[in-house]
Design a binder for this molecule. Structure first.
Ligand SMILES: [Zn+2]
Length: 448
């Protein structure tokens, strides 16, 4: 008995020592720190980080000896930088991006290859300063594997919350139109019609690991059919989808361009509207009533419009037509919604635009008429709120994960400075951002 308890004691001491020895301390000296985008920036601040988390933020530049137990702390000198929380993109498709043979890839690429491509695209996104993403529609086996691998530190990448498969009506924006039915079998797990099937589609995503649900309330620009951008799921189907998700504690994102489908989604109780292209003042009122977020995805509109104009044969005619119609109106929709007081969360639709260009959305939001501080709030605290991550990220304060970026200039005066972050840390790990951007990236704005 004595021997046994002695052994137990030794093991406890050994474990304690091992834990202690493994602690990894860092202190960032921030020339200017915007710890919370709703507040003012402060100069000369120190951020103390232990392992993955922020322990405290102090005035002035402190040394390792000023913090109990942090004698080995690495000092990170960002005295000539503007430091702020890692950015959050609430609308990505991280497993792929546009390519000329995208239609063929849909029925030939394996889930395994998609996951590995997601590792690469995730790193491009992270190096661009985005430490968290909400993926809204993908091959569910592939995306859940990527999310879990990042959570378990098997691979590095942005923190991911994932929807699984996009839920779509048969023939709708999330379904694969135009394939022979033995090649693209129906119904696959994200396609449903009627109340019973719609509930089951939601529950199926949740069963396999969905953090939230994404469905298509209206047609989409890039679906390869001439089915327009108006309402597709009926009001009753949308209500069933949202109820089934909320009953299991999952938020719902609805892809919506046309006004009728968009308003049906809001009435059904969705938590966010993606795109919102054809919203008007009445729609904005409905947003205020329900408290839903708008995720504007201006860069998606900008990208498809640019492709349609500069590469006439890239899209099939039905898609090109929609791209030319929807692209130009999205900025006005955002401006109207913002002026009315609609809550805005940052989201790009990355995958439509190339991964790693996400920050250009910030510039487009500013051009649409949002002030810089509101743009930064949308990409930090608001996005964290929409993703139920307020306790984890979105600000720099004690107890949150150390998701921290820096830029050369003050983004409250020069938002485009965030196109080239000078420092990125995700969950306490500093990311090597010296890796060059791929030179085929499209559309990287000229001059940046
Ligand atoms: Zn999307």
């Amino acid at each position: 008995m004595i021997k046994r308890s002695l052994l137990a004691t030794v093991m406890i001491i050994a474990t304690t020592l091992a834990t202690h020895a493994a602690d990894n301390w860092k202190i960032i000296h921030a020339g200017t720190l915007l710890a919370d985008a709703r507040e003012n920036a402060k100069s000369q601040q120190s951020i103390v980080i232990k392992n993955k988390q922020i322990v405290e933020v102090r005035d002035g530049y402190i040394n390792a000896s000023d913090v109990d137990g942090a004698d080995d702390a690495v000092i990170i000198d960002l005295k000539n930088h503007f430091v702020m929380p890692g950015l959050i993109d609430t609308h990505t498709h991280i497993l792929g991006q546009q390519e000329p043979n995208g239609r063929e890839v849909r029925v030939t690429r394996s889930s395994q290859l998609s996951t590995l491509m997601g590792v690469q695209f995730g790193m491009r996104t992270l190096r661009a300063g985005f430490t968290t993403i909400r993926n809204v529609g993908a091959d569910r086996n592939a995306i859940f594997a990527l999310r879990d691998a990042i959570n378990q530190d098997i691979v590095m990448g942005p923190r991911i919350k994932a929807a699984g498969q996009t839920i779509s009506p048969t023939g709708g924006h999330g379904d694969g139109g135009g394939f022979r039915d033995d090649i693209f079998p129906h119904p696959h797990s994200g396609v449903c019609d009627g109340i019973t099937e719609c509930r089951k589609a939601v529950r199926t995503q949740i069963k396999y690991g969905a953090d939230h649900i994404k469905y298509v309330a209206t047609g989409g620009v890039l679906s390869k059919t001439a089915t327009g951008t108006d309402q597709q799921f009926t009001d009753e189907e949308q209500i069933a989808l949202v109820q089934a998700a909320h009953a299991m504690g999952r938020k719902v994102a609805a892809h919506a361009h046309g006004k009728a489908g968009l308003e049906a989604a809001l009435r059904a109780g969705v938590d966010s509207i993606e795109h919102g292209s054809y919203l008007d003042e009445g729609t904005a009122e409905l947003f205020l009533e329900t408290g839903a977020y708008l995720v504007p995805t201006l860069i998606a509109g900008h990208t498809v419009e640019r492709i349609a104009k500069e590469r006439p044969n890239f899209f099939i005619p039905a898609v090109r037509q929609k791209a030319l119609e929807v692209g130009p109106i999205m900025k006005n929709a955002l401006k109207m919604a913002y002026d009315k007081g609609v809550k805005i969360a940052f989201g790009t639709d990355a995958g439509v635009n190339d991964h790693g260009t996400n920050a250009y959305e910030l510039v487009l939001m500013k051009e649409a008429g949002m002030p810089e501080n509101a743009v930064l709030q949308a990409a930090t605290v608001n996005a964290a709120d929409l993703m139920d991550l307020t306790e984890v990220t979105g600000t720099i304060e004690a107890g949150k994960d150390a998701d921290i970026i820096a830029a050369r200039n003050n983004p409250l005066e020069d938002i485009a400075t965030l196109l080239n972050p000078t420092f990125v840390m995700a969950r306490g790990t500093q990311i090597d951002i010296s890796v060059p951007r791929p030179d085929d990236i499209f559309p990287w704005p000229e001059g940046y």
